[in-house]
Design a protein around this ligand. Structure first.
Ligand SMILES: [Zn+2]
Length: 379
C-alpha cells in the first residue's frame, strides 16, 4: 500500500468515527438513513453506553440522541433516581440522592454533572442537557410551594410536546439544507474526486487545488454551522467553538456538521414524543407499548421501596409522566388502554404473564427474570 493509499484509508477511518454517535446507557438514538422515517438504533458498547452509526453515504441522513430525565420530581423535592428506563439495556447508575425543594441553596452544571448544594446529584448525557436541567431545577426551586406542583406538571408535560418537536425539526431541516449540500459535495470531493484526480494527474500538480477546494468548503460549512448553532443553542458557546474549529480544520468532521446540530436538538424531550412523527407508526406503536408498560410496572427491585417518603415521590413523578405519555399516545391516534391490555395465551398451557414484558408462563407462582423477578399475573 502506498503512502497516499494509506492516507485515504486513515481518512476513511476518521470519517467513520465521526459518523458514530455516543449514546449513554439508558438513552436512545433515532437514526435516519434513507427515506422519511427514522428508526431506533441499538447502541453497541459497554455498561456505560454504546455507539450508533449515522448514515455514512450520501445523502448522510440524520441522528438524534434522546435521553431520559435522570431525576424524579414531586412537590416535596428532587430524587436522583428514576425507576423507568427507555433503553433495553436497563437502568444507568443513579446516586439516589434526595433534596427537598426548601433545602436547595444552589444548582450548578459543571460539564455533564449537576451539583446541588455543591454535591453531585446526577450525571447527564451532555453539557447542553446538564445546563438545561440545572436551569429548570433552579427555576422550580425558587417557586413558592403552592406554585410548584403546577409548574412540575407543566415541566413534565412540556417534555411530551410533539408540536414543539415538529417545529424544531422543521426549522433545523430548513437551516441544514445548504449544510447538507456542501457536506455531500465535500464527501464526494474527498473520497471520489481527489483519489481520481491524484491517480490520473499526479499529486504534485493537483494537491494545492484539492486542498484549497476542501478547506474552502470546510470553511463555508463552519460558518453555516456557527450561525445555525447560535440560533438553536445560544448558550452553548464552548461546544460551538470546539465543533466549529473541528469543522473548519478537519474535513471528516465538516462532512458530519449536520449531526453536530441534530444530535442534541431533541435531547430534552421524552424519547416517546420524539418518536411520534419521526418513526414509522408501527415502530412508534411498539415503542409506546413497551414504554407505557415499563411506566406502569417498572422492573424490580425498586430501591425506593424501603422508604415510604421516597416511594411516594417516585410514584408521583412516574404517575405524572405516565399521564403525559398516555395523552401523547392518544394524540398519536392510539388507545393506551388497548396498547397495554393483557396478552392472550399463546398456547393452552400458558397460565400467567409478566405484567411488564408480557412474557408467558405455565406456572402461576413464577417470577419474570427479565423484569427483576417480577411476580407474574394469572390469565
Ligand atoms: Zn417480564
Amino acid at each position: 500500500m502506498s503512502d497516499l493509499e494509506f492516507f485515504f484509508v486513515v481518512l476513511a477511518a476518521f470519517y467513520l468515527w465521526e459518523c458514530a454517535g455516543w449514546v449513554s446507557i439508558g438513552g436512545m438514538a433515532l437514526v435516519r438513513w434513507w427515506g422519511r422515517w427514522s428508526f431506533l438504533a441499538q447502541p453497541v458498547g459497554n455498561h456505560r453506553g454504546g455507539f450508533v452509526l449515522a448514515q455514512p453515504f450520501p445523502p448522510l441522513g440524520s441522528l438524534h440522541v434522546l435521553a431520559p430525565l435522570p431525576v424524579s420530581l414531586s412537590p416535596e423535592g428532587v430524587l436522583a433516581y428514576v425507576a423507568t428506563t427507555t433503553s433495553r439495556s436497563g437502568r444507568p447508575f443513579q446516586t439516589g440522592r434526595f433534596v427537598a425543594w426548601n433545602e436547595i441553596q444552589s444548582v450548578a452544571a459543571r460539564r455533564k454533572v449537576i451539583r446541588v448544594n455543591g454535591a453531585r446529584m446526577v450525571t447527564t448525557p451532555s453539557t447542553t442537557y446538564a445546563r438545561w436541567l440545572a436551569n429548570e431545577l433552579q427555576t422550580l426551586a425558587k417557586l413558592q410551594p403552592e406554585q410548584r406542583t403546577k409548574a412540575i406538571q407543566q415541566f413534565i408535560q412540556a417534555r411530551f410536546d410533539e408540536s414543539r418537536i415538529r417545529q424544531l425539526t422543521t426549522s433545523l431541516a430548513d437551516r441544514l439544507q445548504p449544510v447538507r449540500w456542501l457536506a455531500n459535495l465535500l464527501l464526494v470531493v474527498v473520497f471520489v474526486v481527489a483519489p481520481l484526480v491524484i491517480w490520473s494527474r499526479g499529486l504534485v500538480s493537483t494537491w494545492h487545488f484539492l486542498l484549497a477546494g476542501t478547506f474552502l468548503t470546510s470553511g463555508a460549512l463552519a460558518v453555516l454551522f456557527w450561525r445555525a448553532h447560535r440560533e438553536f443553542f445560544p448558550s452553548a458557546e464552548d461546544e460551538r467553538f470546539s465543533h466549529g474549529l473541528m469543522i473548519a480544520l478537519f474535513p471528516a468532521a465538516a462532512i458530519r456538521a449536520g449531526d453536530a446540530l441534530s444530535r442534541p436538538l431533541l435531547e430534552t424531550f421524552h424519547p416517546l414524543a420524539a418518536a411520534l412523527g419521526l418513526c414509522h407508526p408501527t415502530e412508534f406503536k411498539q415503542l409506546a407499548r413497551r414504554l407505557l408498560l415499563d411506566m406502569e410496572h417498572p422492573a424490580l427491585p425498586l430501591p425506593t421501596a424501603h422508604d415510604p417518603k421516597l416511594a411516594a415521590l417516585e410514584l408521583w413523578s412516574r404517575g405524572a409522566t405516565l399521564e403525559a405519555a398516555r395523552a401523547l399516545v392518544q394524540r398519536g391516534g392510539l388507545n393506551h388502554a388497548e396498547l397495554t391490555c393483557p396478552p392472550v395465551p399463546a398456547e393452552a398451557c400458558c397460565r400467567a404473564y409478566c405484567p411488564r414484558c408480557h412474557a408467558q408462563f405455565i406456572i402461576i407462582e413464577a417470577t419474570c427474570g427479565d423484569c427483576g423477578r417480577m411476580p407474574v399475573v394469572q390469565f
